[in-house]
Write a protein that binds this ligand. Structure first.
Ligand SMILES: Cc1cc2nc3c(=O)[nH]c(=O)nc-3n(C[C@H](O)[C@H](O)[C@H](O)COP(=O)(O)O)c2cc1C
Length: 369
């Protein structure tokens, strides 16, 4: 299938279907010498794993990653890093009813139109399960970024219309609730809201926010591969993501130039800094050294057990009730997907920025000459 490769210098290819034998990723372009263990990748995968808590699908997957290549004596070798996650809890028969009926909000109809044939067992490549490969690959990117002092952190900003309050924002709190919300009160309100939605056999959406700190100024290529353009593509490539904004985002359209512009000043050491960050850390598609702040809007889980209107492949109208096991909200499991896709984007563009200047190339290739 075309379109399974992401990145230029730091590249991933994900493979596998939700109900096939397994899923995985091949990372190409990771520099040699990066310390890497299965346990480090596993920590990221555990945040995406189903079967945890009341607001995630009950499908039980250990999501145990195995590194097949590209690592020797605990360090990357500079060759392709292949990682595999075997599927265990497929229960394909749950999906028998929807073999012929197009699920509203899913890719069933469009896959049939594109390929004329589709894996109906839970969406195949369009399934949220595909993102496990991205998370494994993105974990390597996040570890590479750490070597340069760059950190990527995502969290749930809102569930339905319940938002994290800036005055209560507490990053540590996100690890204390199943919604990964950095605000205890908002998380409690969101849980009440989700319980109501679930009682009505319905689902909910929300917004994930992500902050990249420590990214030096100068990352991102002008014109088509702008940092913000690449982040937008990375986010919108995640199933169920319906919107992207950076900095003030859509709100920028409501501000005057005087309100929106970030001034420049000098810090105590004479270094250039910005007086505010309405731009979200990107000017002209290039990082400006301040935190890169962006958001991804995630729709409500399309699989709901309420009766819905649909049509079969054979062209008959049919009422559909989806059985199976599904997240009432995708947002909490998508947090680490947003984070790792951002890490992949930042790592790729950071490596690319190393070759954008003659003085840097001379420092790398002919040091001391
Ligand atoms: C991490 C993750 C988990 C998901 N889990 C589910 C799920 O349990 N049930 C479901 O109906 N959709 C789930 N989805 C969303 C569907 O895969 C997606 O909405 C569908 O393929 C249609 O694509 P689109 O919404 O981008 O148009 C999940 C998506 C992600 C990123």
């Amino acid at each position: 299938m075309a379109g399974s490769v992401y990145g230029t210098l730091f590249q991933i290819m994900t493979w596998g279907e939700s109900h096939g034998k397994g899923i995985g990723v091949t990372v190409d372009g990771c520099p040699a010498g990066l310390p890497l263990t299965e346990a480090q990748v596993q920590r990221y995968l555990d945040r995406r794993r189903p079967g945890q808590g009341r607001f995630a699908t009950k499908r039980q997957e250990g999501d145990q990653v195995e590194i097949l290549s590209g690592v020797f004596e605990g360090r990357t070798t500079g060759t392709p890093i292949a990682m595999e996650i075997r599927n265990k809890d497929q229960r394909s028969r749950d999906y028998g009813d929807i073999m012929d009926v197009y699920r509203p909000g899913h890719a069933d109809y469009t896959f049939d139109q594109k390929f004329g044939f589709r894996d109906y067992r839970g969406g195949g490549r369009s399934s949220g399960r595909e993102t496990a490969g991205r998370v494994a690959g993105g974990a390597v990117a996040a570890l590479l970024l750490e070597a340069f002092g760059v950190k990527v952190q995502a969290y749930t900003r809102s569930v339905g219309n319940i938002q994290v309050a800036p005055e209560r924002f507490d990053l540590e709190e996100m690890w204390q609730n199943p919604l990964y919300m950095p605000d205890k009160q908002a998380a409690a309100e969101a849980e009440d809201y989700l319980n109501q939605v679930m009682a009505q056999k319905d689902s909910a959406g929300g917004v994930v926010e992500c902050v990249i700190t420590g990214l030096p100024a100068g990352v991102g290529d002008p014109v088509f591969d702008k940092l913000d353009a690449c982040l937008a593509k990375a986010m919108l490539s995640i199933g169920a993501v319906k919107g992207f904004e950076i900095g003030e985002g859509f709100g920028a359209a409501l501000l005057t130039g005087n309100q929106d512009n970030d001034g420049f000043s000098l810090d105590a050491d004479g270094r250039i800094q910005k007086t505010s960050n309405h731009a979200g850390g990107v000017l002209g598609g290039i990082s400006d050294g301040s935190p890169v702040v962006f958001r991804a809007a995630i729709k409500a889980t399309p699989s709901i057990s309420r009766p819905q209107r649909s049509v079969t492949r054979q062209g008959e109208e049919r009422e559909l009730e989806i059985k199976g096991r599904h997240d009432p909200i995708i947002v909490p499991r998508a947090v680490v997907v947003v984070e790792t896709m951002a890490a992949l984007t930042a790592a790729d563009l950071l490596l690319r920025s190393a070759v954008s200047r003659l003085d840097r190339l001379q420092a790398i290739l002919t040091p001391g000459r």
